[in-house]
Ligand binder design. Structure first.
Ligand SMILES: O=C(O)CCC(=O)C(=O)O
Length: 254
């Protein structure tokens, strides 16, 4: 679909109020089919050729446990179209109230009966930007609902600033909120989406997801954009990334 102004305005109002927005039927279903095919090709042909830190599996011998493909646009130029796509770009500029630079395209997966949760976190904590103005587009390749680990947002949390995070023991998610509690959970809503739908969330919005005890996959693509006016503490961000990967390597995870 072309994104018309009314849709963009509504998305911006929702995102400003809640910290996230959902646009139903944003992508034609045949486009999602093509992306699924390219993800499969990526797994078959690209994954064997790239460093393991860009391919995260809970168990390296079990493809069903694959939960993250990082930097897909870096290793397969086909995915770059998502970083310049004018439908997403016009939405991003409006929601960030700024021009943008793309951080990366990634896949978030939850395989069948892989009951690993996504800890509550704010993306901005590890983006290390000033001001903290970034946006993630998250869209499902499979229906995502309460049974297979859909994303859950703490409504309005983007207005309450950055919270403290600590090292998370969930492999692949380096940090989680220190003090996520009942009050947060009371404001937390499960966002059920079908292939074609698009979610956008701000880098200060607290979000989490349950594991996937079901017999259905839950795969999604994430495209992260930073506001062009933000400055990143690159040294701190690189040091954090290095530490995290060293820790996972020590645990035999990479
Ligand atoms: O897909 C997930 O479970 C996590 C996604 C996420 O944390 C994000 O897009 O920032």
């Amino acid at each position: 679909m072309n994104v018309d102004n009314a849709t963009i305005e509504q998305a911006a109002a929702d995102c400003e109020r809640d910290g996230y927005c959902v646009i139903r039927g944003f992508f034609p279903v045949d486009e999602i089919d093509r992306i699924r095919q390219r993800v499969q090709r990526y797994i078959d042909e690209v994954v064997p050729t790239i460093p393991s830190r860009y391919v995260m599996m809970k168990d390296n011998d079990d493809l069903n446990s694959l939960f993250r493909l990082e930097g897909m646009d870096q290793f397969d130029s086909w995915f770059k179209y998502l970083t310049v796509d004018e439908r997403l770009a016009s939405l991003t500029r409006k929601l960030l109230n700024d021009d943008f630079v793309t951080r990366r395209v990634e896949m978030f997966g939850k395989g069948l009966r892989v009951d690993t949760p996504t800890p509550p976190h704010q993306d901005g904590y590890y983006f290390m930007l000033k001001p903290n103005n970034a946006l993630t587009h998250w869209f499902p390749l499979d229906r995502a609902d309460e049974e297979n680990g859909c994303i859950r947002y703490v409504v309005g949390s983007h207005k309450k600033g950055m919270r403290d995070h600590e090292v998370s023991d969930v492999f692949g998610f380096s940090l989680g909120l220190v003090d996520y509690g009942d009050e947060d959970e009371a404001d937390c809503v499960a966002v059920i989406v079908d292939p074609g739908d698009l979610i956008c969330h701000h880098s200060l919005t607290i979000h989490r997801a349950d594991g996937n005890p079901s017999d259905r996959k839950r795969r999604a693509i994430g495209v992260v954009h930073y506001g062009a006016s933000c400055r990143q503490d690159k040294q701190a961000a690189d040091a954090h990334s290095k530490n995290v990967h060293a820790r996972w390597a020590q645990q035999g995870k990479q």
